[in-house]
Design a protein around this ligand. Structure first.
Ligand SMILES: Nc1nc2c(ncn2[C@@H]2O[C@H](COP(=O)(O)OP(=O)(O)O)[C@@H](O)[C@H]2O)c(=O)[nH]1
Ligand SMILES: [Mg+2]
Length: 449
C-alpha cells in the first residue's frame, strides 16, 4: 500500500498496548496503551474512573478484586499525545512480573500487543512527526556515543525535515510556474530558461550541502572496527581489557587461551568496536577449537577498519610475527611492541605495557587520529542511508532537468524530472511512502516504542 499523507487517507487503528521500559528489575516500569479504547481499558483494570485529561492519577491496578500494584496513570487525550491518539501510560513498580501482569490485563480487556515501533509509526501516520523525526527516535535509542545522541536530537527537533521542506518548496514553486505556463499559455508566460537553470542549480547545491555530512553520519551511526591481532601470548587480551578498562577477556600465560572473537564498543566520539582475537599460529598442537578461532581472527582482520598489530617486545619480532605482519601490512595498522616493562627493545614502533600502562594514552590518541578523523560536533544533523539515497535520487532528477533547461527542451518534458525530484524528497520526509519502506524502518525499533 502506498500512503500519501497529503491525501489524508483515513487510518483505522485498533488499540495497542506494550511494556515500554526494559523488562528488568528497576525503579519504575511503564505500560503504554494507545487507541480509542485506552481510557476504557484503564478504567476496567484500575480503581479509577473518568480520568482528568493530561493530569496524573494515583490509583491501584486490579485483577478483579485483587490488587496488583499501586500505580500512577497518565491519561493523554488525543491529539495531545505521543501517537496523536488517546494514550494511557501506567507507571508501576519496576518488577518483571508486575509489568507483565499489567500488560496481560490490558490485553484481556481489549488491547492488542503492539508491534515493534508501532507507537512511533502511529505518531508518524497521525502527523505528529515526519519520517526523519521518527528515524531520529530510533537513532537516539540506538546511539552508541554521547555525540550521536546530540546529533540525533537535532534531527528529532526537525532540523533535517525542515531543510528538506525548504528545498521542496523551491522546487515546487518552479514546477507550479512551469505547469501554469503550460496550462494557461494565453495568460501566463512560461518561465525563462535562465530562471530554471539558476533554481535547479540552487537546489542541487543545497542537496550537495546536506550530502557532505553523509560519510560522517554513517560513521557516527555504525562506528568502526579495530582488531587486535598477533601471535598467542603477546598480550592481546590484556590490551583489550586495558582499553576497555574492565577484565572482559581471560588472560593467561597459556598460548591459545582466547578462542572466540570478543567484541566491545567504546565511545571515542565515534563508536569504536574493539575486537580481541585468538592468536594466529600454525602448530601441531593447535586444537580443532583453536583452529576455528584462528579462522575467525583472520576474518576479523579482513573486516577491520584498523588493525593493532601486537608483538612481544621481550622476544623481539619472531618468524611467526613476520608471517602475521604479511597479513596485516596492507591494511590501516598500528605496530605495537607490548611488554616493554620487561624488555628494552630498539624500535620505532609504539612501545606499550599493559602491566604498567605505559604508552596506553598515546595508543588511544593514535587510534582516534586514524579512525576518528571526523568531528561530530560540526554536524548540524545526520542522514541515514535511506535518506541519502532519496537525496541522491532527487539530485539525479534535478541534474536531468538542469540539462534539459540548458538545452531549452520543452518545459513539459522538464517538468517530468522536476516531479521525480519532488517525489524523492517526499519519500525522504514520508509524505509519500510505501508499506514496505515503513515496515522496514519501524522493524528497527523495540516493542513499546
Ligand atoms: N610483563 C608483562 N606481561 C604481560 C603484558 N601484557 C600481557 N602480559 C602477560 O602475557 C601473558 C599473555 O597475555 P594475554 O593477554 O593472555 O595474551 P594473548 O594470548 O595475546 O591474548 C599473560 O601472562 C599476561 O599477564 C605486559 O605488558 N607486560
Ligand atoms: Mg588472548
Amino acid at each position: 500500500m502506498v500512503y500519501n499523507i497529503n491525501m489524508n487517507i483515513l487510518q483505522e487503528f485498533d488499540t495497542i498496548s506494550a511494556i515500554s521500559t526494559p523488562i528488568a528489575t528497576g525503579g519504575v516500569g511503564v505500560i503504554r496503551i494507545s487507541g480509542d479504547k485506552s481510557f476504557e481499558i484503564a478504567e476496567k483494570i484500575s480503581d479509577k474512573k473518568n480520568f482528568k485529561h493530561n493530569y496524573i492519577t494515583h490509583g491501584w491496578i486490579l485483577d478483579g478484586e485483587k490488587k496488583v500494584d499501586e500505580v500512577l496513570i497518565l491519561p493523554f487525550k488525543s491529539p495531545k499525545s505521543y501517537t496523536g491518539e488517546d494514550v494511557i501510560e501506567i507507571h508501576c513498580h519496576g518488577g518483571v512480573n508486575i509489568v507483565k501482569k499489567i500488560l496481560e490485563l490490558t490485553l484481556l480487556n481489549g488491547a492488542r500487543h503492539a508491534e515493534r515501533g508501532e507507537f512511533t509509526k502511529r505518531a508518524f501516520l497521525n502527523k505528529k512527526m515526519d519520517l526523519s523525526q521518527a528515524e531520529a527516535v530510533a537513532d537516539l535509542i540506538h546511539s552508541k556515543t554521547k555525540d550521536f545522541v546530540i546529533t540525533s536530537a537535532k534531527n528529532l527537533s526537525g532540523v533535517l525535515g525542515n531543510k528538506i521542506v525548504e528545498i521542496r518548496k523551491n522546487i515546487f514553486e518552479v514546477l507550479s510556474r512551469i505547469v501554469a505556463g503550460i496550462d494557461f499559455p494565453e495568460d501566463v508566460k512560461e518561465p525563462e530558461y535562465d530562471y530554471l537553470i539558476s533554481e535547479f542549480k540552487k537546489s542541487i547545491d543545497e542537496i550537495d550541502e546536506i550530502l557532505k555530512g553523509a560519510d560522517t553520519s554513517n560513521i557516527l551511526r555504525q562506528g568502526v572496527s579495530v582488531a587486535i591481532v598477533g601471535r598467542p601470548n603477546v598480550g592481546k587480551s590484556s590490551l583489550f581489557n586495558t582499553l576497555l578498562n574492565i577484565d572482559r577477556a581471560i588472560v593467561t600465560d597459556i598460548a591459545g587461551t582466547t578462542r572466540d572473537v570478543l567484541k566491545e564498543t567504546l565511545d571515542f566520539g565515534i563508536p569504536v568496536t574493539l575486537v580481541d582475537t585468538a592468536g594466529i599460529r600454525e602448530s601441531e598442537d593447535v586444537s580443532k577449537v583453536e583452529e576455528i578461532g584462528i579462522e575467525y581472527s583472520k576474518q576479523s582482520l579482513d573486516e577491520a577498519d584498523l588493525v593493532l598489530f601486537l608483538y612481544d617486545a621481550s622476544e623481539g619480532i619472531t618468524k611467526e610475527d613476520t608471517d602475521i605482519w604479511e597479513l596485516v601490512k596492507d591494511k590501516k595498522n598500528i605496530r605495537i611492541a607490548n611488554k616493554s616493562d620487561i624488555a628494552k627493545c630498539e624500535t620505532d614502533d609504539l612501545k606499550i605495557s599493559t602491566k604498567t600502562k605505559q604508552g596506553i594514552d598515546e595508543l588511544k590518541t593514535k587510534i582516534k587520529n586514524i579512525v576518528c578523523d571526523v568531528n561530530p560536533e560540526t554536524l548540524e544533523f545526520s542522514t541515514n542511508i535511506r535518506q541519502q539515497n532519496c537525496l541522491r535520487d532527487a539530485r539525479a532528477s534535478l541534474m536531468i532537468a538542469l540539462d534539459g533547461a540548458e538545452r531549452k527542451e520543452l518545459q513539459d518534458m522538464i517538468s517530468i524530472d522536476v516531479k521525480s525530484a519532488l517525489l524523492a524528497l517526499d519519500e525522504l520526509t514520508g509524505e509519500v511512502i510505501t508499506d514496505d519502506i515503513l515496515n522496514n524502518i519501524f522493524d528497527n525499533f523495540c516493542i513499546g516504542k
